[in-house]
Design a protein around this ligand. Structure first.
Ligand code: ADP
Length: 385
């Protein structure tokens, strides 16, 4: 168990690339924190700095109050699971799990006994203790039936579990995961996600996890850290980040399909604030945009908040949209709409799906909108409470 504190942590690579800029946050003891962002945003660099695999250019990293900047990776009491977890192909699952301890160099007798033909006869007290740990990890991960198999005799998901198991047997203070599920197919990724959360619930070890997949981040993290160009854009629970995105970058990155962002203007009258974008005119709740000066502004509305067909009739604002592509996804339907110059994506109940090429009523409720400044990655202007 461990608390990790990052204070103004920065990394500039030899070529001058500023991969991480001034990262400051605290990962609480036992927390599952996910670093997420598009490729190149600096998430692996940040994780590798925590791991001690990358020098820290500036700032301070502490684990349980102890400064780690100059502490070697092997002395940080962490275990790392990479995307390309290499299992030893000629060793059994049991041996692979035990080799998670290899770096400690403290168990030569264990390794000797494991490599001997009949490891159970040839073990001493210490190796018995280690093998008990291996058995426990195997049980935790459902690997008991496979302990004597070689990696090639396992499915992708089982191999991934062995890689996680190798980290578990070391009983580290912190687990670091770098895109560990990327090589698995979509269905298995979702299953493994649930397994990892379950595992975390049982072990209660601090976890820092890197992924570019926003859904994986939302599904796994107690809190998520959204990064872009080496800068933290937002840190919060999945619900907070989804409901109150800090800027248009976060709003677009989190949630699928992406939020609709509509450029328009804010008008402020004596009694009412109004958003106008061509045919779209939305009277906003009182003082919703108190921070925003009248003028250009971006309005965001999530696809599942657009009301279509009959559902639009009670909306404070509604208009008629042209229906483009309709994607039927079984439990839901995604619809591309054109409303004047605006392209909108709506996610609706399959029963109300409109017809491609036709028209459809679309409604927006002011309670469902987010307001952002019109700048690139414009900041959130809606009141946040
Ligand atoms: P992510 O994990 O989000 O894809 P990285 O942390 O790997 O991003 O990389 C962040 C930035 O740092 C990128 O611009 C990348 O090209 C650069 N970078 C990563 N590793 C190195 C390196 N060893 N030397 C120079 N630049 C690097």
């Amino acid at each position: 168990m461990a608390t990790i504190e990052l204070s103004n942590l920065s990394k500039t690579y030899a070529g001058g690339v500023q991969a991480v800029r001034g990262a400051t946050f605290t990962i609480k003891d036992g927390e599952f924190v996910v670093l997420v962002g598009p490729s190149g945003c600096g998430k692996s660099t940040l994780l590798r700095m925590i791991a001690g695999l990358e020098d820290i250019t500036d700032g301070t990293l502490t684990i349980d109050g102890r400064r780690m900047n100059d502490v070697a990776s092997r002395d940080r009491d962490i275990a790392f699971v990479f995307q390309n977890y290499a299992l030893y192909p000629h060793l059994s699952v049991r041996q692979n799990l035990a080799f998670g301890l290899e770096r400690r160099r403290a168990y030569p007798s264990l390794l000797t006994s494991l490599l001997s033909r009949d490891y159970r006869e040839n073990r001493n007290e210490e190796s018995a203790r280690i093998l008990a740990k291996v058995d426990r990890a195997a049980e935790t991960l459902g690997l008991v039936p496979y302990l004597d198999r070689k990696p090639r005799e396992l499915s992708g998901g089982q191999r991934q579990r062995v890689a996680v198991g190798r980290a578990i047997v070391r009983e580290p203070k912190v687990f670091l995961f770098d895109e560990p599920l990327s090589n698995l197919d979509a269905k298995l990724r979702v299953e493994m996600r649930a397994e990892l959360r379950e595992l975390h619930r049982r072990l209660k070890t601090t976890i820092v996890y890197v992924t570019h997949d926003q859904e994986e981040a939302m599904g796994l993290g107690d809190r998520i850290v959204v990064l872009k160009d080496g800068l933290i854009q937002q840190l919060g629970t999945p619900d907070e980040v989804y409901a109150k995105p800090a800027n248009t970058f976060v709003a677009s990155f989190v949630g699928m399909p992406s939020i609709n962002l509509i450029p328009g203007r804010l008008h402020r009258g004596d009694l009412v604030e109004r958003f106008v974008a061509d045919a779209i005119t939305i009277d906003l709740p009182p003082s919703m945009s108190a921070k925003a000066p009248p003028g250009p502004i971006t309005l965001g509305v999530r696809p599942d908040r657009l009301r279509l067909g009959a559902a639009a009739t009670t909306s404070p604002w509604r208009g008629d949209a042209q229906v483009g592509a309709v994607e039927r996804l079984g439990d839901r339907t995604d619809v591309i709409l054109r409303l004047g110059p605006h392209r909108l994506v709506a996610r609706c109940d399959p029963r109300c799906a409109p017809v491609e090429g036709g028209t459809c009523a679309v409604g927006i409720d002011p309670a469902d909108v987010h307001l952002f400044s019109d700048a690139d990655d414009g900041d959130r202007l809606s009141k946040s409470d």
